[in-house]
Design a protein around this ligand. Structure first.
Ligand SMILES: Nc1ncnc2c1ncn2[C@@H]1O[C@H](COP(=O)(O)OP(=O)(O)OP(=O)(O)O)[C@@H](O)[C@H]1O
Length: 262
């Protein structure tokens, strides 16, 4: 059974359909990639799915429950977490504290208990710290836990953001360009991490322009162009699809996608 079901999702900005009737599903243990040219509607689609935008049409379902229009913190409690296209880390805070900020998405905080430093609040903080250490370990960053984020390399920061999403205990992980700006070695590390997360049974949905990464790790690819889904299928089906080559891959991208197989 799919964990995430997107049906006929759409939104317009000033008369332009940024996302136009998109339907797809993402299964547990799978990596579903969303690809397409700049402006195709990929990030807008993520913003609709993760509750940042309210859709004009369609529905979002998690494990068969309709969660359309729910705000991000409720979706987080329902098991969905996401990262953003641009790094959103606090450079002066340690790697551990950065990951702990992810815990706030799912905590039912009690401000009075926090202010008074009551035992319940201290217990909650200790639990969050433990979960954050585990998420850092999962992302291969445990040795850097006490370092300020400003001392981490770019690739480590990209994995730190994934750790911050993982700490919520999510079953569905949305990653917006997780390897953007990474060199080949860093991309491989991100690739291994994502692959491992999917193998643990989570549904991973990612937006990515790096065709080698996409073709290597995707179970399933959805292609958008001008807000609409123009193709979907396994990597081998997508890399040979003439509509996808014409709209996005072009000759160069198709060769790059092919090289991922080599
Ligand atoms: N808040 C907004 N207001 C108006 N137009 C928007 C808004 N957000 C997105 N758009 C428009 O919607 C379209 C889709 O943009 P989106 O950022 O989703 O594309 P994308 O596929 O993620 O592109 P990229 O690969 O460059 O990140 C674009 O024409 C964009 O200008």
């Amino acid at each position: 059974m799919s964990r995430l079901d997107i049906e006929d999702l759409g939104i317009s900005f000033g008369g332009i359909k940024a996302v136009d009737g998109v339907t797809f599903s993402a299964g547990a243990g799978e990596v579903t990639s969303i690809i397409g040219p700049n402006g195709a509607g990929k990030t807008t689609l993520f913003n609709l799915v993760s509750g940042v935008y309210t859709a004009d049409t369609g529905r979002v379902g998690i494990d068969g429950t309709d969660v359309t229009g729910k705000p991000p913190h409720l979706l987080a409690r329902a098991g969905m977490a996401r990262t953003f296209q641009n790094l959103q880390v606090f450079p002066q805070m340690t790697a551990l504290d950065n990951v702990m900020t992810g815990c706030h998405m799912i905590e039912r905080s009690n401000l009075l208990a926090d202010l008074l430093g009551l035992p319940s609040s201290r217990r909650e903080t200790a639990k969050s710290r433990e979960a954050a250490r585990e998420a850092l370990r999962r992302a291969g960053l445990e040795k850097l836990a006490e370092r300020p984020a400003s001392e981490l390399s770019y690739g480590q920061l990209k994995r730190l953001e994934i750790a911050r999403a993982l700490v919520t205990g999510c079953d569905i992980l949305l990653l917006d360009e997780p390897a953007a700006g990474c060199n080949a070695v860093e991309t491989r590390e991100v690739d291994d991490l994502i692959h491992g997360i999917a193998q643990e049974g989570k549904a991973v949905v990612l937006i990515e322009h790096d065709m080698r990464l996409v073709m290597r790790i995707s179970s399933h690819i959805v292609v958008l162009d001008q807000g609409r889904k123009i193709a979907e299928g396994r990597p081998d089906q997508i890399r040979n699809n003439p509509d996808v080559i014409a709209a996005y891959l072009g000759a160069h991208g198709a060769a790059e996608a092919e090289a991922a197989n080599a």
